[in-house]
Design a protein around this ligand. Structure first.
Ligand code: BG6
Length: 468
């Protein structure tokens, strides 16, 4: 049989595969983004027949598919799933995988490493022993390694075998509808494009607040903390998209080049500026979470005040905050414009990423009636409320897997971005240790510690609340 694309998922019985990858592939097949002759080889250690695995996967698809599940679509898709039992840590196991591939004529391979980064190298070594796989596409998830040094070594190994242009590093925030929309809102509207600079913008805020705690991931999270788990990747990606110069054209290479320039222009932080740059917090009860050290000082909340030292942004602070157990789920970007006079309120543009997808704009108008009073007007556009039944925004993984199949690299992290962000965060962490920066406790349900609220206030700013 001829197979156009063979997608192999290592870590086939893990949470990511069940919740995200299989449901995404199911929709892709249904919407014509995955060819009918594509095959999905699921690799896991447990003993399943194809049918047993398909039955298991069907339940997850039923729960997590963004479109209503249908038996006919599932039947069509599930026939493409093949389960292959293997211990991928065992170098001798790979010859069997070679036999599995040799049964078909395969057009192209794509690998998905849905496993801990400690296994990336082992799997790559194993795949090297199979014929014809170098230069295949490979998708990997963060964290890309445990330390920057380990990540560098791993990256060299992956690039050596697959080729730099074939590595797709997933940052699922880049698959979110409204993150993609930031560029359009900014560049397709002269009212914003012409004002997108420090002359017109007083401050920029990026918030990613979560309601959930660390749940079952205490072991991983306790070693990572909010800075590495959210800031270094997702929030720095958003920051660089918001702040970049308009690329000459929107190719992957140009977008990445402009994003990289932003990261390079981040103002360095030293011990004397640390307190005005970073506030850390930990929610009450975090130390009792499973697999978390009872003495942990890991931050579950981080608030930052950063500057981009280039002509466009000099003087405009970028406030970033993210945290767990904050009593709300809210990811958004808020742009506060400069006031026209000291007495008027600033105009505010909010791009809402989740759970609502939309745009909010606050601006000044005259109070109706026989008065010249100026009052704020609020316009609130909720995209997913209106379009919900018509469009149903593709899920991030669906979008990113499709992009990978099509060889579109723009919405994946590049190694040099990761390296720069990682360097910045590691330097901050070293300063935290050196200056013994406190990790403030906060009650679960609060939007971080009081010190995080005070950070912008110290400089005459505040975290933007929509209903202010
Ligand atoms: C992941 C982090 O990358 O993003 C998690 O590891 C976090 O800790 C998650 O909860 C948030 O993603 P989302 O899509 O729910 O905002």
């Amino acid at each position: 049989m001829k197979i156009s694309t063979n997608i192999t998922i290592f870590g086939g019985t893990g949470d990511l595969t069940f919740r995200k990858l299989v449901p995404a592939l199911y929709i892709m097949r249904r919407t014509g983004k995955l060819a009918p002759d594509a095959r999905v080889v699921i690799i896991g250690r447990r003993d399943y027949t194809d049918d047993a695995y398909r039955t298991l996967a069907r339940d997850w698809v039923r729960r997590f598919s963004r479109l209503p599940y249908t038996e006919a679509d599932w039947d069509a898709f599930s026939q493409s799933i093949h389960y292959y039992r293997m211990n991928f840590s065992d170098p001798t196991a790979y010859s069997g995988l070679a036999d599995c591939y040799a049964q078909h004529e395969i057009g192209a391979h794509m690998f998905y490493f849905a496993v801990a980064p400690a296994f990336f190298g082992t799997i790559t070594e194993g795949l090297k022993t199979l014929p014809g796989l170098s230069g295949s596409k490979v998708v990997i998830e963060k964290p890309f390694g445990e330390t920057l040094e380990a990540a560098r070594v791993l990256n060299e190994e992956l690039e050596g075998f697959f080729g730099a242009e074939n590595i797709y590093r997933i940052d699922h925030y880049l698959g979110k509808e409204m993150i993609r929309n930031v560029q359009t809102i900014r560049f397709a509207n002269p009212i914003f494009a012409n004002a997108w600079n420090s002359q017109s913008i007083e401050s920029v805020e990026i918030s990613a607040l979560e309601d959930v705690g660390v749940e079952t991931r205490g072991g991983y999270y306790d070693a990572a903390g909010a800075l590495k788990d959210m800031v270094q990747n997702h929030l720095f990606q958003i920051l660089s998209i918001l702040a970049m110069e308009r690329p000459d054209n929107f190719t992957s290479a140009e977008l990445h080049r402009e994003q990289l320039r932003v990261l390079r222009a981040l103002r360095p932080v030293d011990a004397s500026t640390l307190e005005d740059t970073l506030v850390l917090g930990q929610y009450a009860g975090y130390r009792e979470e499973p697999l978390v050290s009872p003495k942990s000082t890991t931050e579950t909340f981080a608030a930052m005040r950063l500057f981009i030292d280039n002509d466009r942004w000099r003087g405009t602070p970028f406030y970033i905050r993210t945290g767990k157990k904050t009593g709300t789920r809210q990811t958004e970007v808020a742009i506060t414009f400069r006031r026209s006079t000291p007495e008027t309120d600033p105009d505010v543009l909010i791009v809402k990423v989740q759970p609502t997808e939309g745009v909010y704009l606050r601006f000044n108008i005259k109070r109706p009636g026989d008065t010249e009073d100026i009052v704020p007007a609020k316009m609130d556009f909720c995209q997913n409320c209106i379009l919900e039944n018509h469009i149903n925004t593709p899920e991030a993984y669906e979008r990113l897997l499709t992009a990978c199949l099509n060889g579109e690299r723009a919405w994946f992290s590049q190694w040099d971005q990761i390296e720069l962000s990682w360097n910045f965060i590691e330097h901050l962490r070293a300063l935290v240790a050196q200056t013994a920066l406190p990790v403030h406790p906060y009650e679960a349900g609060n939007r971080g510690p009081d010190a995080a609220r005070a950070l912008p206030e110290k400089f005459g700013h505040a975290w933007v609340e929509e209903d202010d």
